[in-house]
Design a protein around this ligand. Sequence first.
Ligand code: S3P
Length: 442
Amino acid sequence: MAALRPLTVSSPSQGLSGRLTVPGDKSISHRALMLAALAKGVTRIYGLLEGEDVICTAKAVEALGARVERGADFWEVEGVGIGCLKEPENVLDMGNSGTAARLLSGVLATHPINSIMTGDASLRSRPMGRVSDPLSQTGAQFVTRSGKRLPMAIIGTGEGLAPHYVLPVASAQVKSALLLAGLNCQGETCVEEPVPTRDHTENMLGHFGLKLEVTPAPDGGRVIRFQGPAQLQARDIIVPGDPSSAAFPVVAALLVPGSEVIIENVGLNLLRTGLFTTLKEMGASLEVRNETIEGGEKVGDLYVKASSLRGVTVPAERAPSMIDEYPVLSVACAMAEGTSRLQGLAELRVKESDRMASTVALLKENGVDVTVEGDDMIIQGRPTLIGGGEVKTHMDHRLAMSGIILGLAAQQPVHIDDTAFIETSFPGFIELMNRLGAGLKP
Ligand code: S3P
């Protein structure tokens, strides 16, 4: 096990300032590696996130027969074609990444090979039944530990039966697993989601030449259909900056008095920007400039200035567009005037940690009045944050970064038990915050 990296965070004497970029989008990076491995030909991926989660995916697709090489400012992947992945010689280790494990399960389900997948203690505690159950429709078989958890053996089918599935929860990972499985199935794959979730898989499949049909579902969701078996053609990919990573310097700049920060080239796919919408409703000085489309995804620069915030109600329907941003939003709510009510957060309980519990503990430890009613979190905000707490991160990168942001805004130093997991999604986070003047001393 890697050594713990504790950190004590105090508020800086001056505001944060500067211009920065954040690493590539994690969701898009995983998908880029997997689709490139399934495509025919050579794909170059520019701006790939080189975090531990994505490196696990790179190693996994290499173990499955794709050629993966790091070039000067790109990663090159030579794909084998759908249906042609080879059986891996060893267990596939997906590290801390639910996205890697769940999406790759979809790919492996409809390849005629056997594989075994595992991950770290956090990933081994997370539910895999949400993918293994529906993927069984294809003819694949799954053997899991109790509670349908990793390690998991996958007995893949060759060309499978095309899945037809209505998602019981809003999950881009489950949707994507089924779409990826459908690529090597006969007939029509049809996946319906109750609420639109991030559509990077659909966008990238289209980019690689698949003809998909996406139509609105009667209750506000979406239906995605395509005919298999499919073929994908290699195409270069540009990965935008991750809005879920940008969230941390954005909230830091809002909360540390006197701050003024510009974050360039951030992905602004509308199914990812719920946090930015919410912060604006709270009165944040947050502006998007220089919007363009790059590699099929909307990108732009974020201009942020320290702001006095007011409490907000975030409706449950918005949750999928900001599902990873609640821990850091909760820190902003703690310093906003009045009550905030974050609704419909059931999915937070099955993230890298139980983020409902770990976020509540983060706030309580630092003197914030927070309660849970059913699946809602209610935070009583105050313009001054006491701090002084011991933050337990439970192998959760977003908890660690949220704890750091809280410490930067608090009156008393905040102790974080372990910052090592930040490497999964945001390598260089502490150095980048220090370039803005955060004064973190690892
Ligand atoms: C992701 C989807 C979300 C999100 C995760 C990345 C993806 O998970 O929390 O960090 O890349 O598809 P769910 O699909 O489980 O909501």
